[in-house]
Design a protein around this ligand. Sequence first.
Ligand code: BGC
Length: 365
Amino acid sequence: MKYSYLTQDPLAQASIELILKWQDKSGAYVASPTFSQYGYAWLRDGAFCALAMHNSGHPESASKFNSWVGSTVLKYEDLFIQARLRLEDGRAVLPECAPPTRFHMDGSVEIDHHEVWPNYQLDGYGTWLSILFQTEEEYSPSLITAVRVVADFLALAWRNPSYDCWEEGGDKLHGSTLLAVAGGLKAAAEIIDNDLYEKEFRKILEVIERDFVVDGHFGKHADDLRVDASLAWASLPHAVYDPLHPLVRGTLEVIKNDLRTPTGGVKRYIGDTYYGGGDWVLLEGLLAWNEAKIGNRDFWDKSRQWISSIADSDFLLPEQILDHVQCPTMVLPWEKRWGSSAHPLLWSHAMYLLMLHEGAKQEWI
Ligand code: BGC
């Protein structure tokens, strides 16, 4: 793959520089260097940053992240073991003792929460496994051990509720969490050749297709089968379904109709009130990545133009655009609580790089 398209695109250049700049020496990527609540390394955000770096000519950055996750998992292996013991006993995992969704940059878990964070989320671990498989050519013995620790935990934990990727709904099973865990177990089965992971992957697909499908698309969770934009993960990055699978296409069409602002930007789900529930940049990038995969150049071109148009004069991208929020009365309360919404957000930049890379594979740039 040639990377000349990156040097011709100032936003791509700035995206690479930003992500590399805010990758800690440990290997962790900070979610946002400036937003009051995002000075941590989330596995979810970080895994997308790692894939973006790998696909943009910086595989060493992805490897550093993978090693950081691996060593962090092994440092806290006890949390995974305790969680598994509870699950094997039919008891719920205690969120305060669960493998966390985010860490300090040095890989330590948060002890003093200024706000208790809904830390029990499974999708980030699944996403890490999926992306590890796509970014590493060789696995060190300690990385293999970490894969086993994470996959053994996910193979049990997916049946029980956890918070979703938007850190909400801790009492439910979520469609996109199941897709991420399925993707992670499928990847783990490739890395380690383990029948259990393969078997659990198949069981998750059965549950998704039995309980999380309505009118030809995936649904957010069993009590609300409307779409959530994160369901677009089914094919990318998780390769759980083919990009042309009818359920993937059906889901993308409903997301485009119900959650996308025609000029650009995608709501997370109907009813979102976080900073009013605006248009997320990374979700626009996710749709454009998917559309590029099946050759829809028109959509990809427009998305690229929109994302470039909302970057600020330093080529920095925010988490969301608040021009068309769903719930205007909920902007101010969040601004008072945490300040202006995140800007820049590394994950937004990662998704821009991922959609560009797909366009470059199609030879559009
Ligand atoms: C989002 C998460 C994200 C985190 C850090 C939260 O607001 O809901 O998906 O991982 O921010 O970017």
